[in-house]
Design a binder for this molecule. Structure first.
Ligand SMILES: [Zn+2]
Length: 198
């Protein structure tokens, strides 16, 4: 048994994607061993990122500027908004450069099990953006899970009566950052074949 502080660090690292408890423990051992060099570098880099990161007040993206790079880009199509659950989805979709409009990050998905209610998600601010006008299409790019689809239908209901086209990806997004591993052809196909929410 290690001290509580070291256990806490291992537990924190174990939550990182791709790291389980075993590899987290190995990472901690390595950091302890290289505490004068690598540990300091990691701390400095983490500190620099933490100090600069801001959440975009418009779309919920995380960036080093507010409004974020996407919202501030004048070449972007302001008529289409792609709604995603998490920042990771926005980044992956945007890295593939398939969608030329703007984004809106919900910050999660509706879940009775986890007690996530509509007011816990950035749904009111999405409605605000639509009601401000100039938006023709809202693309619901939720995960391909029951909760993702429930969220999509809930948002579609809230948007009823607004003069916008509501579409969804031909296939939902994979869960939890796995978007990174999805090839761009599949993503492009899901976007191109987007259809009205039924
Ligand atoms: Zn933004």
């Amino acid at each position: 048994m290690a001290s509580q502080e070291i256990e806490n660090l291992a537990a924190a690292l174990a939550r990182l994607p791709g790291l389980g408890p075993r590899s987290a423990r190995r990472a901690v051992l390595w950091l302890v061993k290289h505490r004068e060099t690598a540990l300091k570098q990691v701390l400095d880099a983490l500190g620099a990122v933490r100090d600069k990161l801001v959440e975009c007040e418009t779309c919920g993206n995380v960036d080093t500027q507010n409004p974020c790079t996407v919202c501030a880009d004048p070449r972007r199509d302001t008529k289409a908004i792609c709604v995603v659950e998490d920042v990771a989805d926005l980044w992956a979709l945007d890295r593939a450069r398939l969608f030329t409009g703007k984004y809106h990050v919900l910050g999660g998905r509706l879940s009775a099990l986890d007690g996530v209610r509509p007011e816990d998600l950035a749904i009111d601010s999405l409605l605000g953006r639509v009601e401000a006008g100039g938006v023709d299409e809202v693309v619901l790019a939720m995960n391909a899970t029951l909760e993702g689809q429930t969220t999509a239908h809930y948002i579609a209901e809230r948007l009823e009566g607004h003069p916008v086209r509501i579409t969804q990806l031909a296939h939902g997004l994979p869960v939890g950052g796995e978007l990174d591993y999805l090839d761009e052809g599949t993503l492009a196909q899901a976007l191109r074949a987007r259809r009205p929410l039924g």
